[in-house]
Design a protein around this ligand. Structure first.
Ligand code: FNR
Length: 419
């Protein structure tokens, strides 16, 4: 109702309310590379389209005359009552959208009381993100590294910096065939963006020093920073040797930045990861572990068998396989298999509150938002993210009431009609 009142009083929103308008505004505001990176999907982007189309198979039944004047969006998730069933999905390299990137997103999420999943490829170290929004609820998303020491270190840092859970993303052991990014030469990556979690990590730094044969005594004097790595990448791209150059002279004189790039490529998520590796994660952290990228009921079963604490149904917003299964299509089957034993997070294609209502009715415990909040960030920073989230929540609340329901727990198949 605040949102309606603001509209009536003539206060113009900072970001367009409709999802399509939000995307076209972001296209205008962002650089071509940033927009391509955020908006794009794999191949001919058929999975992206299928994610959206899957919602078209379900309709919400309106049920009037049921006194819905008091409504409650609250849900239980990870041992706590949450005010709403929404959370933010992990999005890497948000410095492409806004200089404040994850700091702005963390503040926005905290201000509306929804959990924020910080990406392994975020632009600020997780400790700095924690400091930016100390009251906020955070989860840390891990890409399983080829280095067990690095995995352990990231998990320990997540725990120490107050994350409530670990989200291990399973669908990116190989980077998808992202056609728009390929056309633009993968600029975010060649600019050394989204590597702050690594460069701020003591294990990563040690691996780099070892590779560069930096003597122990000098270890403290040389730092591996995203800037140094970016400069090394720029020089390497131009084919020049890694020596000398500008304010980063000290770093570039040493073989360190190149070693950092090579180490990063080595330790980034590995295609060799298996269920046995995840069993190690179970021992390394006492935090709940959620597996992200589950789309097959048998994998959901394996996650339960492995003692995991949550399942995150996702196809990475259609960014990994072209013509992959749409997430909403597999949600009912997976929900049936999980049978309430662990929470189910759902994402890929959610663009508004009615979508969220449908996913919740089909068995999701909470729903995660991806691209829309990146667009909000790109257009209006922290305020933009906050408005996008509030709009989704407002539409969810209205949809619930118009369906004759007063709480999220009442949303089930009876609220829907299959087309
Ligand atoms: C992502 N996603 C993602 N997932 C993840 O586990 N770690 C990451 O670093 C990223 N990075 C990332 C960047 C960008 C720009 C996008 C669009 C997506 C996937 C993300 O968490 C989520 O699964 C999807 O974005 C959900 O789909 P929608 O809502 O974007 O359709």
């Amino acid at each position: 109702s605040d949102i309606y009142r603001a509209g009536i009083s003539g206060t113009k929103p900072a970001v367009p309310v409709a999802s399509a308008a939000l995307e076209s505004e972001a296209r205008k505001e962002l650089s071509a590379e940033a927009f391509a990176y955020i908006a794009g999907g794999a191949g001919a982007e058929r999975t992206m389209a299928a994610n959206r189309a899957a919602f078209g198979r379900w309709q919400v039944w309106p049920r009037p005359l049921r006194d819905v004047s008091e409504r409650d969006l609250g849900v239980d998730f990870l041992g706590r009552r949450r005010p709403t069933p929404l959370l933010l999905a992990p999005l890497g390299v948000m410095e492409m959208a806004h200089a404040d990137a994850d700091l702005a997103v963390a503040r926005a999420a905290a201000s509306v009381g929804i959990p924020y999943t910080l990406s392994n490829q975020a632009s600020f170290p997780m400790e700095q993100v924690a400091d930016a929004a100390p009251q906020g609820s955070r989860l840390f998303q891990l890409y399983w590294s080829a280095s067990d020491d690095l995995n352990r270190s990231l998990l320990a840092r997540a725990e120490a910096s107050g994350c409530e859970a670990i989200v291990v993303t399973l669908d990116t052991h190989l980077l998808g065939w992202r056609t728009r990014d390929l056309d633009l030469a993968y600029l975010p990556f060649t600019r050394g963006m989204g590597i702050a979690q690594y460069t701020s990590d003591p294990v990563f730094q040690q691996l780099v020093r070892e590779r560069a044969s930096v003597p122990k005594a000098d270890a403290a004097a040389v730092k591996v920073t995203p800037k140094a790595v970016a400069a090394a990448l720029t020089i390497a791209r131009k084919g020049a040797p890694l020596t000398g150059g500008g304010s980063l002279r000290d770093n570039l004189r040493s073989p360190l930045p190149r070693a950092a790039v090579e180490t990063f490529l080595d330790v980034f998520s590995t295609p060799a990861v298996t269920w046995d590796d995840l069993a190690k994660a179970r021992e390394w952290t006492s935090l709940p572990i959620i597996l992200k990228g589950i789309v097959h009921p048998d994998d959901a079963q394996s996650a339960l068998d492995a003692g995991m604490d949550g399942i995150w149904i996702s196809n990475h917003g259609g960014r990994q396989i072209d013509q992959s299964v749409p997430t909403l299509a597999v949600l009912p089957e997976i929900a049936e298999r999980v049978a309430g034993r662990v929470p189910i997070v759902f994402d890929s294609g959610v663009r508004g509150g009615a979508d969220a209502a449908i996913a919740l009715a089909l068995g999701a415990t909470v729903v995660a938002l991806g691209r829309p909040y990146a667009y909000g960030l790109g257009i209006a920073g922290e305020t933009g993210v906050r408005e996008v989230v509030r709009n989704v929540l407002a539409e969810l609340d209205i949809t619930l009431g118009l369906a004759g329901l007063t709480s999220v727990s009442q949303l089930d198949r009876d609220a829907l009609r299959e087309v």
